[in-house]
Design a protein around this ligand. Structure first.
Ligand SMILES: [Zn+2]
Length: 315
């Protein structure tokens, strides 16, 4: 008797207990999970910026009128710091007006493992869906850039730290496969803290799946451009983000596999100045070019023109 009531409470309790847990998000809770500093740190930084009409730039401390920041694609007009930008805003800044057809817009994550930590996965998903009006951390679709039809995927750090779960992996894989079928270039703009640990092995499998789809795309001699945006780490960097025929990055983006603190602790060595920034990685050969957000569209079109030259029209 006792066991059944306990179980019932446990199963039913998932949904009921969460709402109480959700309002004060986990960041203030210094329990077992406080050791995930990468994402937490950037979240709390965001909170320091006063909300309203003005934003204080954390780099140059200038007060920027929010409208000016919006018009400037979330780039500080004084010091060129690139603030995070939502996936929809970014798509808008890249594709020709009204040409973007979103794919799999309704695909949403399922809590397969019934993950329970400080908060349950389901409650996290619900909270982020409400906050961001997104279903998951990537928006994919087909659009036009200049004369070119492209398969475009844009990740959103605002949704669970841009973490890559089954939905992110599946949406990107479908996007790449659609690109292969259509004979179109694939462009993925990635920003992520890495694989989504709430989905355990399921999230790690996305690394292989997306990479395999990109390999087929390459076999068809079709280009893939990867654009790295601050921050870009772990499982995403270890799979599709670093597989581009061309790898671009925004200025001063932090890019790597493990975070600098983990590397420093593990190797017990001093890290060189500028470690894991796009500038450092350009110098060391991982990145082909650093492109300012305002010039990204024009630059991508130049590269697409180059890739398309020598191809038969329409391909
Ligand atoms: Zn600034």
């Amino acid at each position: 008797m006792d066991t059944t009531t306990f179980l019932k409470k446990n199963i039913g309790g998932v949904a009921q207990v969460e709402p109480g847990l959700t309002p004060p998000p986990a960041s203030s809770n210094p329990t077992t999970f406080a050791k995930k500093p990468g994402l937490g740190a950037s979240k709390s930084k965001k909170k320091d910026i006063p909300e309203g009409l003005w934003t204080k730039c954390p780099s140059c401390e200038a007060m920027i009128f929010d409208k000016e920041l919006d018009e400037n694609l979330q780039v500080c007009p004084k010091c060129e710091r690139h603030f995070p930008i939502g996936s929809r805003e970014r798509i808008h800044s890249l594709v020709e007006t009204c040409t973007f057809e979103e794919m799999d817009a309704q695909m949403a994550s399922v809590d397969v493992l019934q993950f329970k930590g400080v908060a349950t996965y389901k409650s996290k998903l619900d909270a982020y869906k409400k906050k961001s009006t997104l279903k998951d951390a990537v928006v994919t679709g087909i659009g036009k850039m200049g004369q070119h039809t492209v398969a475009l995927g844009v990740m959103d750090f605002g949704f669970l730290g841009g973490s890559m779960g089954s939905v992110v992996g599946e949406k990107l894989t479908r996007l790449i496969e659609r690109g292969t079928e259509g004979g179109w270039p694939v462009i993925i703009i990635s920003t992520s803290g890495g694989a989504r640990m709430y989905e355990g092995m399921f999230s790690l499998m996305q690394m292989a799946k997306t990479s395999a789809a990109l390999a087929y795309h390459a076999q068809n001699r079709l280009p893939y451009i990867s654009v790295l945006v601050n921050p870009d780490y772990a499982g995403v960097m270890a799979s599709y983000a670093s597989l581009g025929d061309l790898i671009l990055a925004e200025p001063k983006a932090m890019i790597g596999f493990a975070g600098p603190r983990v590397i420093k602790d593990t190797t017990q060595a001093e890290l060189p100045p500028g470690f894991q920034t796009s500038e450092f990685l350009l110098e060391h050969g991982l990145i082909d070019a650093i492109v300012h957000r305002k010039e990204m569209k024009a630059q991508l079109i130049t590269y697409l023109d180059y890739f398309a030259s020598g191809r038969t029209p329409g391909k």
